[in-house]
Design a protein around this ligand. Structure first.
Ligand SMILES: [Zn+2]
Length: 101
């Protein structure tokens, strides 16, 4: 037995053994609890479902849907993970919704 085996192990192996660079349980949950919904698996699944079911943006009716938009904004108390509160939206419509009013 020699110490040479330790030196022969590349440092990269350590990264390869950890496929998740940012484990969820290490993220502090106390900061903005209302802002965590977009990082949940439930949201990603629901958003994908909306994109499939409503392939054309419901706001402009032209561009292809790329994301799900909350009909009643989350800030206004709208349900976050409720399919009935979601509509398909393209990127510009989703991000520029406030500027339309
Ligand atoms: Zn649009």
């Amino acid at each position: 037995m020699t110490c040479g085996t330790l030196l022969a192990m590349p440092m990269r192996l350590d990264h390869a053994l950890r496929p998740q660079p940012m484990p969820d349980h290490r993220v502090p949950r106390h900061r903005r609890p209302d802002q965590r919904w977009w990082s949940t698996p439930e949201w990603r699944k629901l958003r994908r479902q909306v994109v499939i079911e409503e392939p054309v943006c419901r706001i402009c009716g032209v561009a292809p849907t790329t994301t799900a938009d909350h009909i009643v904004p989350v800030d206004a108390g709208g349900a976050v993970l409720d399919r009935s509160n979601l509509q398909g939206a393209c990127g510009p419509c989703n991000s520029g919704k406030g500027a339309m009013a």
